[in-house]
Design a protein around this ligand. Structure first.
Ligand code: SAM
Length: 423
């Protein structure tokens, strides 16, 4: 009564026929009308395998049913407790009701995890973790699993409902747009996918833009920090996982920017799909976006709290210099309340101090403790590399700093210089 998968260890091309086997399993034959009542006892002993109904018809009769039992849990009448036997006797079930039956098992009956355990090198089967992006499964296979990549892809397509495409990352993310090359391991080469995150719909071409489902909680944390009807400037917006929920849930006015033309395309599409009227989209370099869009807004609505998200961990800190002198010479009626959420990769051991030092050196200014809103360890990218977020109120002295060499009288800039538009 061995229900395990036949010997398929080392298989690299999926041969489903090699999973077929015949087994005898214990069963109990009972009157159809008693199936429901008997479940208070038998439910926990039923044979649970994929695509297998443990309550089977008995040839030629509607009156009787066969319950398939898991041999590891219950083999005979004698394995039942006295109380269980007593209860079953009342349903006319007894020792004679028990027998064995022959089952033809095949590939479809085995769970995905068991297939991987049976095929992949012993002790290394656990490395097949994946993320799901709509109908796409994204793998990041370690070298020792590469010989099995097509089998792994095919098993995922076969076993996971709704999965049509399996891709493996074939280069590290180092492109400007943070997307990566991918190899289709199984299924269709269809990369346009749709996901739900934070109650919003996102559609995008996964091969051309950055999307990471593991950031869902971080996106949610930021959305929760935003005051209702405040303003968000999303400098590296991608396809909108901060911008779209901010506009939809927090009713924020959003200025969303991304340099990647494909991200920009899908960002606009996601604004449309989520029926949002309060998002303006831009396809600019982050520095240009900050310098062109922020001052004009601050001038017209100086009292509205502004949050700025800068999620490009490899580089975002370097863009902070765009804030130096941004409001220099601008006559403000009140002090703007601007919070920056900037992300960076740091070494684990020194992460928190490293992050603060990096930000301060880019701003060329120190940040007081009371200006720090929070410093969050967002996720481990690798054992030594952590993605951190520093959320801080930008010191006014940074925004109003005069360019080197400028005198006090040069500093007064009339408001109209900033090409005021009603934003
Ligand atoms: C790590 S992704 C973050 C996307 C999104 N905010 C998220 O949380 O998933 C960084 C984004 O920055 C964009 N990007 C890279 N360099 C840029 C630049 N100089 N200016 C504006 N956007 C840039 C990339 O195209 C990418 O969409």
């Amino acid at each position: 009564m061995d229900l395990s998968i036949p010997d398929v260890r080392g298989m690299t091309d999926l041969d489903r026929a090699k999973f077929a086997k015949e087994v005898a399993v214990p069963c109990v034959e009972i009157q159809s009308k008693n199936v429901g009542k008997s479940m208070s006892i038998f439910k926990k002993y039923l044979l649970k395998m994929e695509k297998l109904k443990p309550v089977m018809e008995v040839d030629g009769t509607e009156e009787r049913r066969k319950l398939l039992l898991d041999p590891l849990l219950l083999e005979t009448w004698n394995s039942l407790s006295e109380a269980e036997q007593q209860k079953l006797s009342e349903l006319k079930i007894n020792e004679a009701s028990f027998s064995n039956t022959c089952l033809q098992l095949d590939y479809r009956n085995f769970r995905m995890e068991d297939v991987f355990k049976a095929v992949l090198p012993e002790g290394k089967e656990g490395c097949t973790s994946y993320s799901r992006i709509g109908h796409i499964i994204h793998l990041n296979l370690r070298d020792h699993l590469l010989p099995y990549k097509n089998l792994i892809g095919q098993v995922l397509v076969d076993k996971l409902i709704g999965v049509k495409t399996v891709v493996n990352k074939s280069s590290v993310i180092d492109s400007t747009y943070r997307n990566f090359e991918m190899e289709v391991l199984a299924g269709e080469a269809d990369f346009v996918t749709e996901v739900k995150e934070n109650m919003c719909i996102f559609k995008f071409d996964f091969s051309k833009v950055y999307w990471n489902s593991r950031l869902c909680t971080e996106h949610e944390r930021i959305i929760k920090l935003l005051p209702q009807e405040s303003v968000l400037f999303d400098v590296f917006a991608g396809v909108g996982p901060f911008s779209v929920p901010a506009a939809k849930i927090r009713k924020c006015r959003v200025f969303a920017n991304d340099l990647n033309p494909s991200s920009y395309h899908w960002l606009k599409e996601n604004v449309r799909l989520n029926k949002l009227a309060n998002v303006e989209t831009f396809n600019l370099d982050g520095r240009q976006f900050i310098r062109e869009q922020m001052p004009a807004f601050v001038l017209t609505k100086p009292t509205v709290p502004i949050n700025i998200t800068m999620n490009l961990p490899a580089l975002a800190v370097e863009f902070l210099d765009a804030f130096i002198g941004l409001l220099h010479g601008v006559e403000l009626d009140s002090l703007p309340d601007i919070t920056i959420h900037v992300y960076s990769f740091c070494e684990e051991s020194s992460a928190f101090s490293e992050m603060r030092t990096k930000v301060e050196s880019s701003l060329k200014h120190s940040i007081e403790d009371e200006q720090i809103v929070e410093l969050v360890d967002v996720r481990d990218v690798s054992p030594k590399k952590h993605m951190l977020r520093l959320s801080f109120r930008i010191p006014l002295a940074v925004l109003t700093k005069a360019p080197e060499g400028e005198t006090a009288s040069d500093a007064k800039r009339p408001k109209l210089d900033l090409e005021l538009q009603d934003r």
